[in-house]
Design a protein around this ligand. Structure first.
Ligand SMILES: Nc1ncnc2c1ncn2[C@@H]1O[C@H](COP(=O)(O)OP(=O)(O)OP(=O)(O)O)[C@@H](O)[C@H]1O
Ligand SMILES: [Mg+2]
Length: 250
């Protein structure tokens, strides 16, 4: 029996095509992100993972359609929809002229709900605890934190106003293996606990294994392979296999 809840689609691309001059990046790409699930996007460098994210976020033009909760995204409704998205940028990308608490509270203080500074601070402290930091960092500047701590702050900022869709762009890039491990754990527990629908772009199969339910492997402008994380481990799709366990050239 099909579970209607499971079948709800949060984000969908329909025949998404993108080209730069003569170079085709995507040719009629169709993908679906189901409600409450985490989908991982993998693929060799230059396949268009970042371009895909930029199209979804409306930062680049494209052909075809992108639908959010069944409605086609157009310029007119993007701003409102965008407000319900959270984004963890590659490298954290904190605002370097704002303190840690101002960074995390940024959306809270600038959205339509207009909560008070006092309530925002209370929320920020709760968020800091949920990412394994404490209020001592509130008045520090981003440059005073380590890379791993900055990622935690960026994650707190991304989830601050309870996004209905969360995007991660290379969440562990630039971190050492042990910090990567704890960031993957943290993202996984937050996404699963809150049931946040998410899209994770990552070079790091460990991030995908830890955070995602489903995986899409992009190859030559379309979906080369798609399946669950456990199916990925058993797949004998050649490029995916090489990607997961690269062989040394001797
Ligand atoms: N603004 C642009 N103008 C022209 N070509 C572009 C532009 N942005 C991206 N490209 C090209 O699109 C292709 C896909 O780029 P993209 O950055 O999405 O790759 P990627 O899969 O994210 O790679 P990586 O894993 O290295 O981050 C590349 O060949 C890139 O040169
Ligand atoms: Mg990229």
């Amino acid at each position: 029996m099909t579970d209607a809840f499971e079948e709800r689609i949060t984000l969908e691309t329909k025949d998404l095509s993108k080209r730069f001059d003569q170079k085709t990046i995507f040719n009629k790409l169709n993908l679906k992100i189901r409600y409450g699930k985490s989908i991982g996007i993998m693929g060799p460098s230059g396949t268009g993972k970042s371009v895909l994210l930029k199209c979804i976020l409306g930062l680049m033009d494209y052909d075809g359609e992108i639908l959010y909760k069944g409605k086609v995204l157009v310029k007119r409704n993007r701003k409102k929809v965008f407000d319900s998205f959270g984004m963890l940028f590659q490298g954290g990308a904190l605002f370097d002229s704002l303190t840690i608490w101002q960074n995390i509270a940024f959306k809270l203080l600038n959205n339509e709900k207009k909560i008070s500074k006092k309530d925002a601070l209370k929320t920020v402290i709760g968020l800091l605890h949920s990412v394994g930091l404490n209020e001592n960092v509130c008045n520090l500047m981003p440059e005073e934190l380590s890379g791993g701590m900055q990622k935690r702050v960026a994650l707190a900022r991304a989830i601050a106003d309870k996004p209905s869709l969360l995007f991660f762009d290379e969440p562990t890039t630039g971190l050492d293996p042990s910090t990567s491990f704890s960031i993957n754990q943290l993202i996984s527990s937050i996404v699963k606990k809150e049931g946040i629908t998410s899209l994770v772009i990552s070079h790091d199969p460990e991030s995908i294994r830890k955070i995602c339910d489903e995986v899409i492997f992009i190859e030559n402008g379309s979906i080369g392979w798609q399946g669950s994380v456990s199916e990925m481990e058993k797949s004998n799709h050649k490029l995916l296999e090489d990607y997961l366990s690269p062989k040394k050239i001797t």
